[in-house]
Design a protein around this ligand. Structure first.
Ligand SMILES: [Zn+2]
Length: 480
């Protein structure tokens, strides 16, 4: 539809906005840190997965062949502790919350990952990495486990921009057997009655950082294009990943583009389980729907913080309803052939073309979804004005406007439009609207108002306009 300018992205590694270019031809490999599955995910997590879902959709729209992996941390102390409390096996707990996470992703219309990779499926790769890191002198064995010696990797601290001499002293996991307080665990020896694996370094479990590099080395090789995650993961998690992978392979940089999403806070504090100030994805979606939550997240630039409030989500819900109304009305226009388009139609088509190019520019400008959305709202208003005045449009004009609306909804992952499976519903609504029209002609207001109110309870909103009755099928039905 339009020729795309270069995609530019802020790269945490270089601390500047750079033109994105895949390492290998048209192929893009992207990895995003996934959930530790011991509890329900909250809207802070939703921010990360919604944003990278849009990144993935945009990369594919630009014509890249994207392979996108999200990992599932199913081996972790939090899982073990909670499973112990509930007297079930840790993997049973992990599978249960993994299933809830998948349900949340489906409810949010997050459909872009090609693979959700469980840490527990990559134990062999983890063993191999640890073995090589020990052989190369980057890791050492103690009675409590295997640790990465951060003084053996000269770039440690580069990604997060921290002073290496400070990091050596930075105590990550207190353990007297470590060479430096800042060394991190690759393998942790644990009592045999806990959940774990036999390894050459004792029974136990892998450290958290090594699962990501095990997964990406397996699927992407020594180097890949994009690693994403929440900003608070830069140190130590992502710093540790760079140290592991570059020490293992000798190839730099391990990841070309590091993309980090800003915090989601509640009254200035991080949303977290431990602070008890969290809102689960399922609660937010059941109240306002996925479209509203997606708009709420995307209306702020991904690198800026979001301070969550229900009022903010409520207002995003109203924005979602506006889009829904316009999209539904656009789909109800009668398509007429062989007419000279009206001035208003030509203006609408011109607006659509202009909005699409500004939308694309905003997305290419460091994935600025906030700007992209404000362009989209201009088109939505114009569609609304047009459908207030007309009940028809030319086939050519419709095709052009609809293409833009459809593309934008696809990129943002918004679902408003009536699909072909809605045909029967659409025909039934039209039938009821016509019957109600007859009742209105006979001034049977009680009956016609009764029909309108009953439909509203079913999520079908009727609007009597100068050009006849229009309707909206509300997908994001809000629970009062
Ligand atoms: Zn991770």
């Amino acid at each position: 539809m339009t020729t795309f300018a270069n995609l530019k992205i802020y790269n945490t590694r270089t601390r500047q906005i750079e033109t994105f270019k895949p390492l290998n031809g048209n192929r893009v490999f992207m990895f995003v840190c996934g959930p530790t599955v011991y509890d329900y995910s909250h809207v802070g997590h939703a921010r990360v997965f919604i944003f990278f879902d849009v990144v993935a959709r945009w990369l594919r729209k630009l014509g890249y062949s994207l392979f996108y992996i999200v990992n599932i941390t199913d081996v972790d102390d939090k899982i073990i502790n909670r499973a112990r409390d509930e007297k079930i096996h840790p993997l049973e707990l992990a599978r249960t919350y993994e299933r809830y996470f998948m349900e949340d992703m489906i409810s949010l219309n997050v459909t872009s990952p090609n693979l959700y990779a469980r840490a527990s499926d990559y134990i062999n790769e983890i063993f191999d990495q640890i073995r090589v890191l020990i052989d190369k002198g980057h890791a050492y064995v103690t009675p409590t486990g295997v640790y990465f010696d951060i003084t053996s990797f000269e770039d440690y601290g580069k990604l997060s921009g921290r002073d290496p001499s400070e990091l050596v002293k930075h105590r990550i996991e207190p353990d007297p057997s470590k060479r430096n307080p800042g060394d991190f665990a690759l393998w942790r020896v644990r009592p045999r009655e806990e959940f774990g694996w036999e390894s050459p370094w004792g029974f136990g479990r892998p450290g958290w950082h090594i699962e990501d590099t095990a997964i990406t080395l397996r699927h992407f090789g020594p180097q890949y294009d994009i690693h994403g995650g929440a900003v608070e993961l830069i140190f130590p998690h992502h710093e540790a990943e760079v140290a592991q992978a570059e020490s293992y392979t000798g190839v730099k940089p391990f990841v070309n583009f590091w993309i980090h999403v800003g915090l989601l806070t509640v009254q200035g504090e991080k949303m977290s389980k431990s602070l008890g100030n969290y809102v689960t994805i399922r609660e937010a979606v059941s109240k306002y729907g996925a479209n509203a939550l997606r708009l709420y997240i995307l209306q702020t630039h991904y690198r800026s913080p979001i301070d969550f409030s229900w009022e903010g989500l409520e207002s995003a819900y109203k924005s979602a309803s506006r889009i829904e109304t316009s999209v539904n009305r656009l789909q109800q226009l009668n398509i007429v052939n062989a007419t000279t388009p009206s001035e208003d139609e030509l203006t609408l088509v011109k607006k659509a073309e202009d909005v699409w190019s500004r939308f694309a520019d905003a997305m290419n400008n460091d994935l600025n979804t906030a700007q992209a959305l404000s362009a989209y709202f201009e088109l939505i208003s114009q569609v609304n004005d047009y459908t207030n005045k007309y009940d028809y449009i030319s086939a050519e004009g419709y095709g052009k406007v609809w293409a833009v609306v459809k593309e934008i909804n696809e990129v943002l992952g918004l679902k408003f439009e009536l699909t072909s499976s809605d045909e029967l519903i659409k025909n039934l609504i039209e039938l009821i609207v016509n019957v109600r029209g007859e009742l209105r002609k006979r001034r049977l207001w009680d009956l016609s108002d009764g029909i309108r109110d009953s439909l509203k309870r079913l999520g079908i909103e009727l609007q009597d306009t100068a050009t006849g009755t229009k309707w909206v099928l509300r997908r994001t039905a809000k629970q009062p």
